[in-house]
Design a protein around this ligand. Structure first.
Ligand code: TYM
Length: 341
C-alpha cells in the first residue's frame, strides 16, 4: 500500500439491503479478508443508514444486517482482528455526514452516476438521503481517517468525491486534517457482470435471480445458474485479446480467475480452445468448492442472532473509540462549542 502522512487504516462498507452476491464476494469481501492480514487496522461496516435511502422493511433490514455480518465472518473476517459493526450504532457517521453535506457542492452530487441511475426519471420522488448518500459514504471513511478503501469498480466515483470533500475541508480550514484516501480496486473481478447480460453489473437488485449467484444459494442452484449463463458459440480463446467484444465470455473467465486466485492469462493458458460446456462445469465446481463452506458457516451463525448482535455491538464500541475523538476534533475545527461534562 502507498505511503501517506497518515497512519494506514482500511475502511469499507456493504449495504445490508439484500443478500450477498458473488460480485460482493469477489469485488469486496475477498479483498477485505486479505487486507486483514496486511498489517493495517481494518474496519468493516454494515451500512444500514445507507440501506434506508430506499425503503427497507424493518424486520427484513435487521435480518439482512445479521446475515451480512454472518457473511463477513464466514468469509474469514475475524471480529477480533477487524472492527466489524453496523453503521447506525456509531453516531459519528451521521454527524460527520451532516458536516460534509455542508462541504460538498450540489454540482458534485448531481454528477454522481449512481444517483442518476438509481433515481432515474423519478428523481422528484427519490429520498433526499439517496441524493446525499455519497456524502455520508465520505463520512464513513473519513470518520476513521481511513487511508485505503477496498471496493469494486462501481464505487470509484464515490471515492473520488471522498477525496474532493477531504481536499476542500482541508483547504477551507487550512489544515492537513483528513487523509486523501486511496481506492483499492484490484483483482480479476472488480466488476462481476450479470450471468444473463455481460454488459450489466451483477446486482442484488436485478429482478432475475438467474442473473446472479447469491452466497446463500445451494450447490445445485449455483451449478444450474452457471450452466444456464449466457455465452457465445465460440470456444475459449488462448489469450486475453481474444475476449474483446465477448463480454459474457470475459465475465466467466474473470470469475474463474478470481475464484482460483490466478491471473486471466493463466486461466486462458489452461482453458483456451475448450468449449464453454466443459469450462462451465469446471467453473461450477470451483464456485461450489469456494462458496459451500461459506454458505454453511453463514447458516450456522444465523442460528444464534444474539451472538451476532453481541459481536457487532462490541465492534461498534471499538469503532466509536476511533471515530469519536476524530469527531471532537472536527467540531473544534469547524467552530462548535463542546462544553458537556
Ligand atoms: P454495495 O453494498 O452496493 O456493494 C458492496 C461492495 O461490493 C462491490 N460490488 C461489486 N464488485 C464487483 N462486481 C460487482 N458486480 C459488484 N457489486 C458490488 C461494491 O463495489 C462494494 O465494494 N456505497 C457502497 C457501500 C458503502 C461504502 C462506504 C463502501 C457505504 N459507505 C464506505 C466503502 C467505503 C455500496 O453501496 O456498496
Amino acid at each position: 500500500m502507498a505511503e501517506t502522512g497518515h497512519t494506514q487504516r482500511v475502511f469499507s462498507g456493504i449495504q445490508p439491503s439484500g443478500g450477498l452476491t458473488l460480485g460482493n464476494y469477489l469485488g469486496a469481501i475477498k479483498r477485505f479478508v486479505s487486507m486483514q492480514d496486511g498489517g493495517s487496522e481494518t474496519v468493516y461496516c454494515m451500512v444500514d443508514l445507507h440501506a434506508i435511502t430506499v425503503w427497507q422493511d424493518p424486520e427484513a433490514l435487521r435480518r439482512q444486517t445479521r446475515e451480512l455480518a454472518a457473511g463477513f465472518i464466514a468469509s474469514g473476517i475475524d471480529p477480533e482482528r477487524s472492527v466489524l459493526f453496523n453503521q447506525s450504532q456509531v453516531s459519528a457517521h451521521a454527524r460527520l455526514g451532516w458536516i460534509f453535506n455542508c462541504v460538498a457542492r450540489m454540482g458534485w452530487m448531481n454528477r454522481m452516476t449512481q444517483w442518476k441511475e438509481k433515481a432515474g426519471k423519478n428523481s422528484e420522488n427519490a429520498s433526499l438521503g439517496l441524493f446525499a448518500y455519497p456524502s455520508l459514504m465520505a463520512a464513513d471513511i473519513l470518520a476513521y481517517h481511513a487511508t485505503h478503501v477496498p471496493v469494486g469498480e462501481d464505487q470509484k466515483q464515490h471515492l473520488e468525491l471522498t477525496r474532493d470533500i477531504a481536499t476542500k475541508f482541508n483547504q477551507v480550514y487550512g489544515l492537513d486534517f483528513f487523509p486523501i484516501t486511496e481506492p483499492v480496486i484490484e483483482g480479476a473481478a472488480t466488476r462481476v457482470m450479470s450471468l444473463r447480460d455481460g454488459l450489466k453489473k451483477m446486482s442484488k437488485s436485478d429482478p432475475s435471480d438467474m442473473s446472479r449467484i447469491n452466497l446463500t444459494d445451494s450447490a445445485d442452484t449455483i451449478a444450474r445458474k452457471i450452466r444456464k449463463a449466457k455465452t457465445d458459440p465460440e470456444p475459449l480463446p488462448g489469450a486475453v485479446d481474444g475476449l474483446a467484444n465477448r463480454p459474457e465470455a470475459r465475465n466467466l473467465v474473470n470469475i474463474y480467475a478470481a475464484l482460483a486466485g490466478i491471473s486471466v492469462d493463466a486461466t486462458l493458458a489452461q482453458a483456451g480452445g475448450r468449449q464453454f460446456g466443459q469450462f462451465k462445469t469446471a467453473l461450477a465446481e470451483l464456485a461450489v468448492e469456494t462458496l459451500a463452506p461459506i454458505t454453511s458457516e453463514m447458516a450456522r451463525l444465523m442460528h444464534d442472532p444474539a451472538e451476532i448482535d453481541r459481536i457487532i455491538g462490541q465492534g461498534a464500541n471499538k469503532a466509536a473509540a476511533i471515530a469519536e475523538p476524530i469527531l471532537d476534533q472536527v467540531h473544534d475545527i469547524v467552530g462548535m462549542i463542546r462544553s458537556r461534562g
